[in-house]
Ligand binder design. Structure first.
Ligand SMILES: Cc1ncc(C[n+]2csc(CCO)c2C)c(N)n1
Length: 214
């Protein structure tokens, strides 16, 4: 049987592949990414992280069973530690001022993504939340695995290597597996609104990468 995750992904495969193989990811892995582009990306990504925490919090609230809530809650604690230190280190390295971090002008994709996340939280529906979480996380695992040839070709610069590490360590792989299993457990492969939400999240992911160069 075709799973909800497979149905969702094949419905938006063009934009999905464009995001995975995006110039930003390729340049990051080959250490040719302009730090100015990474700096701009991370300032916007910090704003994005705000909505991501809300989405994950709503996932805890909406999940249909305790063991899922515990796994989701563990991830909240994890990103508040590990992810946070990557961002703090970069903001120090790139001399990002508190004023730049506090309410920067949002790019169109940041606005689009924030609206999608807020709307998804408002549905209070676990399957909807999982569709959006799956895009955010499995798309990142996919580029980090594919573009590094499963970790055989890694960048050297700490700012690039650190970002790859976050997205292909063992804990992250297990987390993405969990999200996909959950989506397949509670999501209906014939739910067109679900695959439309998944496609919208993929669209904004692609635009998010494009906006770092604009
Ligand atoms: C636009 C955008 N999409 C996905 C990710 C991957 N990701 C989503 S949430 C999270 C943990 C909290 O930062 C990570 C690593 C990202 N960083 N930025």
């Amino acid at each position: 049987m075709t799973t909800a995750y497979e149905t969702c992904k094949s419905a938006c495969s063009e934009e999905w592949d464009a995001a995975v193989n995006h110039r930003f990811n390729r340049e990051l892995v080959s250490d040719t990414l302009d730090d100015k582009v990474l700096r701009k990306y991370l300032i916007q990504d910090w704003q994005y992280t705000d909505g991501f925490y809300s989405l994950l919090g709503q996932a805890v609230a909406s999940a249909d069973r305790l063991e899922s809530k515990i796994r989701l809650g563990r991830q909240l604690g994890f990103i508040a530690n590990d992810e946070d230190s990557y961002f703090r280190d970069r903001f120090r390295q790139f001399k990002v001022t508190p004023a730049e971090l506090d309410r920067p002008t949002l790019t169109p994709s940041s606005v689009g993504m924030a609206r999608l996340y807020a709307d998804t939280v408002d549905t209070r529906r676990y399957a909807n939340i999982l569709a959006v979480l799956c895009v955010a996380e499995s798309l990142y695992l996919e580029w980090a695995q594919r573009l590094t040839d499963q970790g055989r070709v890694l960048p050297r610069k700490e700012q690039n290597l650190g970002w790859v590490r976050v997205h292909r360590e063992a804990g992250f792989i297990e987390w993405v597996d969990f999200l996909i299993d959950e989506l397949n457990r509670v999501g209906d492969p014939d739910d067109h609104a679900l695959s439309a939400r998944f496609a919208k999240a993929t669209h904004w992911e692609l635009e998010f990468l494009n906006d770092a160069y604009r």
